[in-house]
Structure formats: C-alpha cells, structure tokens
Design a protein around this ligand. Structure first.
Ligand SMILES: *[C@@H]1O[C@H](CO)[C@@H](O)[C@H](O)[C@H]1NC(C)=O
Ligand SMILES: *[C@@H]1O[C@H](CO)[C@@H](O)[C@H](O)[C@H]1NC(C)=O
Ligand SMILES: *[C@@H]1O[C@H](CO)[C@@H](O)[C@H](O)[C@H]1NC(C)=O
Ligand SMILES: *[C@@H]1O[C@H](CO)[C@@H](O)[C@H](O)[C@H]1NC(C)=O
Ligand SMILES: *[C@@H]1O[C@H](CO)[C@@H](O)[C@H](O)[C@H]1NC(C)=O
Ligand SMILES: *[C@@H]1O[C@H](CO)[C@@H](O)[C@H](O)[C@H]1NC(C)=O
Length: 522
C-alpha cells in the first residue's frame, strides 16, 4: 500500500480560474510552504490575494518555473513571516528590488535575466546563478536588524566584474561565495576583510583574474576551499598567505611560473591542484622543500584526478613533484617574451597554430562549464510555459526597442534640422522626403565641387598663359639687349674712328700751322 504521506504531500488548496488570458493558476500548500503554478504577471496579484487569508502562515513562497517578469513587492509585504521566496526559472529582467522584504532569509532567482539585485541585509542565502547580474546590494532597511548569521551567495555565470560589485553589506559575514564564470580580472582579498572569520568557500574559477592582491594582509582563518582555477595568474605570491589555512586549493589551468618561497600552508590541507601551469622547475622544488607535506598532498590530488602520480605534460618532459615544469633561464623574462609574442600574434590576427589551439581549448572548456552550470540549475519546463516565456522575452525586447525609439527619433530630428538648414544655405528646394533631400544636397555639393574644379582649371590655364607671355617678353628683351649691345659696339667703333680722325685732324692742323709759321727755314 502506498503510504498516506506520499498522497498528501501536496494538497490542492485553491484552484482559482482567472478570466485574464484564460490562464488557470494553481496553489499548492504543504504546511507553511505555498507553491503557485501557471501564474503570469497579470494573474499574480489575484493568486497572491487568494492566499492572503493565510498570510500569517506563509513562510515559503515558491513561484519557480512560471513566466513572471515583474513582481510588486507590496503584494508580498502582507506575508510578514515570509522567509523563502523562490523566483527561479522565470523571466525577470533588469533590476529586482526585494529590499523591503526585510525578514527574507532565502531568495532563489536562478535562471532569470536579472542585471541588478537589491535585498535586505537580513538575507542569508541568495541563489542567483545564470543571470546577467553586474551588481548586488544588501540594504540595511531597519538598522540593527541585520542578521548576524553568515551569508551564502551563489552568483555563478553572471557579469560581476569585481568583488566590489557586491556592496559592503553583501561582503560582510560571508561563508560561501560562488563567483565562478564571471568577469573579474583583479581580486584583492582585503575586499573580503569583513568575512575574514566567516569565509569558508570561495569559488572564483573561470574568471579572467591575472592579479591577486591582499592590501590588508587578510587571513581567512576558517577557509575550507579556494578555487582560482582556469584564470590568468602568473605568480603565486605572498598574497596567498590569506589562504594558508585552507583545506583545498585549486590553481590549476593558470599561467603560473613562480611561487613565493615564504608561503607555508597548514598541515590540514587535503587537496592541492596546480596542474596545467607553466612552472619554472626550481621554484616548485624550493616550495616543496619548505612545504614537504604538500608534495604528498599534491601527488594524492593528481592521482585522484587522473589515476596517475604525475600530470601529463604537453610542452615539457620535466616534473617537480607531480607537476610539469621547465628549466627557464630567466623565468619571468622568458614568459613575458612568450606572452608578448602571443599577444602580438593574437592581435595581428596571425596567431601560431599552437596559440590558436590553446585559445580554442580555453574557450571550449569555459563553454562546457557554462553548459554544466546551466544544466545544474535548469528546471524542466513544459511546452506551454516555454512558449509563454518566449512571448515575454519578445515583449521585453519590444519594450527595450520602444525605449530606444525616442533616442533614434531625436537623432532623426536633429539630422533633419541640419539637412534642412544646409538645404537653405545651398538654395536647394526643400523636400519632405529626407533621403531625397540628402540626395539632392549631395548632388548639389558634387555640382559645386565640379564647378570649383572647372574654375581652378581655368585659373591654372590663365597662369600658364601668363607664364608663357612672360617667357616671350624675357626672350624679346634679351634679343633687344643683344641688339643694343651690338649697336653700342658699333657706336664705339665709330667713336674710336671718329676719335682717330679727330686726333689725325688735330695733328694735321698742327703740322699745317707749323709750315706756314716757319717757311723761311725750308
Ligand atoms: C526553487 O525551485 C526550484 C524548482 O522547483 C528548486 O529546484 C529549488 O531547489 C528551489 N529553491 C529553493 C531555495 O528551495
Ligand atoms: C545581458 O546584458 C547585456 C548588457 O548589459 C545585454 O547586451 C545582454 O543581451 C543581456 N543578456 C541577457 C540574456 O539578458
Ligand atoms: C581544479 O579545477 C579544475 C578546473 O577548474 C577541475 O577540472 C579540477 O578537477 C579541480 N581540481 C580538483 C582537485 O578538484
Ligand atoms: C567560443 O566558442 C563558442 C561556441 O563553442 C563560439 O560561439 C565562440 O565564437 C567562441 N569564441 C571565441 C572567441 O573563439
Ligand atoms: C536661388 O535660386 C533662385 C532661382 O533658382 C535664384 O533666383 C536666386 O538668385 C538664388 N539665390 C541665391 C542666393 O543663389
Ligand atoms: C667717344 O670717345 C671719347 C674719348 O674716348 C669720349 O670722351 C666720348 O664720350 C665718346 N662719345 C660717345 C658718343 O661715346
């Protein structure tokens, strides 16, 4: 016989029909848990009103798997005992503001399209995987009521760019922080200083982290797991002192070359994964020398993951402990040059075969991870709900486009104004069709251009003519000068002859005078 308990798990309390869109919503109740199915934006208020006589009894409200895109928080405020609100797998967009629900302990909004989440700082568990979240705020609505309980925040596969995208109150007393598959590139452990004693799990895998800092030398005294695998770290520096008490550290699939010598991890560490890096052999050797227990732990970790005692290397045959390594002459310089070469290759669009393969591999494993996170939190949805969901998504898209329209209209008007003004200046007749007007204006400009070109050409012709005339004049001048010169010469000759004659005449005159003056001597 089937136990009675199974049959009575869900008692259908209310089955309200709603004329709006002909949809039927169903309310199921189990103790203080209420689940509403087949509810839409337009029927939600009615559905909530239908349980308002039991409002004092509602501790958990499950609205998951519906097609809700908005929620009126005022409709929920009657449920003063509400501790859990499940909004997962709906179509919530943009900002989800639940800060007025100040007794809420757990919110589930996995699988929506939310960009910003506002909750009261009483929140203990926030499930928000698979959204589009770039900001989370935890409001202290009624000062002093803030929970002293530690928080669990699940934000896998979102758009968080920095730990600071979670405001101060959200980063306080955190025990569990899952930020895998986000867009963080720099982490400062100091940003979690208010969780130094509470933080147990920190998941940061599959981000783009190339730099880890610890500007306030925070040490997470109760840390269990630090996962920074599949990022871009090159140096495991002194900042990792923050995690010396961790039981599990995963820095696999980074670009690690060196490990800070002074790092010493506690003896309680049970898992240590540094596979898939590009270590300098010496650095790992030195590190294992001062952390001898880690060499054993690392080997155990690798064996558990691969069945072998050492990882399989692609570009080298050397190992230090279980990890692949290379003997680099100048570890950082060597890597820097390699990175520069790679960067150049990738940007010039001519990456080498090896680089392309590496890049594709990284992309593939990220995509795979995204898929697995989607599946992990995905819920089964019937065909009708899916259709409704698509409808709402389209409606949202339409709304976004409509919001965009005034901007487009505005720039259209601006453009029109400018065209009409230009047309006026060009003495072009106005045309109600803006495209035609633009065409006419362009044509007019082209005509003006041609005209100007012609004018220039004419001017050039004139100048050429002037130059020609000038040359002719100069030539004429030279010719005249030459003639002049010749004439001068002739004249001088004549003058010389004349002078000659004059002097001869004088001589003769003198002689004649002498003859007549002294004939008696002859
Ligand atoms: C919310 O609902 C989904 C789907 O029904 C379920 O898998 C999930 O566990 C619920 N979340 C919480 C916090 O109960
Ligand atoms: C996420 O947000 C970006 C802009 O911030 C937007 O372009 C994108 O379409 C959004 N994706 C979803 C699934 O809502
Ligand atoms: C470390 O992370 C990688 C990928 O992020 C994963 O494949 C591997 O199993 C993890 N190692 C351990 C020991 O869990
Ligand atoms: C990464 O892979 C996905 C699908 O596998 C593809 O759509 C995307 O273009 C790839 N991105 C890059 C940068 O190669
Ligand atoms: C504009 O065009 C009209 C006729 O096409 C002409 O009479 C007028 O002189 C022009 N004005 C200017 C400023 O070019
Ligand atoms: C001719 O020669 C004389 C003496 O050399 C000179 O004084 C005179 O100016 C000359 N006349 C001309 C026209 O050059």
């Amino acid at each position: 016989m089937v136990p009675l308990r199974i049959c009575t798990v869900f008692i259908v309390l209310v089955c309200a029909t709603s004329a709006v869109h002909g949809a039927i919503h169903q309310v199921k109740q189990l103790g203080s848990k209420y689940k509403i199915e087949k509810v839409t934006d337009s029927t939600l208020s009615i559905a909530l009103a239908s349980i308002s006589s039991n409002a004092w009894n509602v501790k958990e409200l499950d609205l998951s798997g519906n097609v809700l895109s908005q929620i009126n928080v005022a409709d929920l405020q009657q449920f003063t005992q509400l501790e859990l609100l499940n909004l997962s797998s709906n179509v919530f967009y943009e900002t989800l503001d639940l800060q007025m629900l100040s007794n809420l302990k757990t919110v589930d909004l996995n699988n929506n399209f939310v960009k910003e989440v506002f909750v009261a700082s009483s929140i203990e568990t926030l499930h928000a995987a698979n959204n589009n979240i770039s900001r989370v705020r935890c409001f202290d609505v009624y000062r002093g009521t803030q929970s002293v309980k530690s928080k669990k925040i699940y934000l896998a596969n979102n758009k968080i760019g920095s730990l600071l995208d979670l405001d101060d109150a959200c980063r306080k007393n955190v025990a569990y922080l899952d930020l895998q598959l986000n867009e963080i590139d720099v982490v400062d452990f100091a940003e979690l200083a208010d969780s130094a004693y509470t933080l147990k799990y920190l998941y940061l895998e599959f981000n783009f982290i190339f730099d880890v800092k610890n500007t306030r030398n925070v040490v997470f005294s109760n840390l269990d797991t630090l996962d920074l695998s599949s990022n871009k770290l090159a140096f495991m520096g002194p900042e990792f002192m923050a995690a010396v008490n961790a039981r599990s550290i995963n820095l696999s699939n980074n670009k690690l070359v060196l490990i800070e010598k002074t790092l010493k991890f506690s003896n309680s560490i049970a898992s240590f994964d540094l596979r898939g890096n590009g270590f300098h052999c010496d650095t790992v050797k030195t590190f294992f020398k001062s952390n001898s227990h880690l060499k054993t732990v690392a080997t155990t970790t690798v064996r558990a993951a691969t069945g072998r005692n050492i990882e399989t290397c692609t570009h080298t045959t050397h190992h230090s402990g279980p990890f692949c390594c290379e003997d680099l002459t100048a570890p950082f310089a060597d890597r820097l040059i390699e990175l520069k070469r790679k960067e150049h290759g990738l940007f010039s669009g001519q990456p080498s075969e090896k680089e392309r393969a590496e890049c594709e591999q990284e992309n593939k494993s990220r995509q795979k991870k995204v898929e697995s996170i989607r599946n992990q939190f995905g819920t089964h949805i019937d065909a009708e709900t899916r259709r409704n969901r698509e409808k709402i998504q389209l409606a949202q898209r339409k709304k976004a486009l409509e919001e965009h329209l005034p901007i487009v209209q505005n720039s259209y008007d601006q453009l029109k104004g400018e065209l009409v003004q230009t047309a006026g200046g060009l003495n072009v007749t106005d045309n109600p069709n803006l495209l035609e007007l633009l065409h006419i204006i362009v044509q007019k400009y082209e005509d003006l251009y041609v005209e100007e070109q012609n004018e220039q050409r004419r001017a050039i012709r004139d100048i050429e003519m002037y130059h020609q005339q000038e040359t002719q004049l100069l030539e004429e001048n030279a010719r005249l000068k030459k003639l002049n010169g010749e004439a001068d010469e002739a004249l001088q000759k004549v003058n010389a002859t004349l002078q000659n004659l004059v002097s001869k005449e004088e001589l003769l005159t003198k002689k004649l005078n002498n003859k007549s003056a002294a004939p008696q001597n002859v």
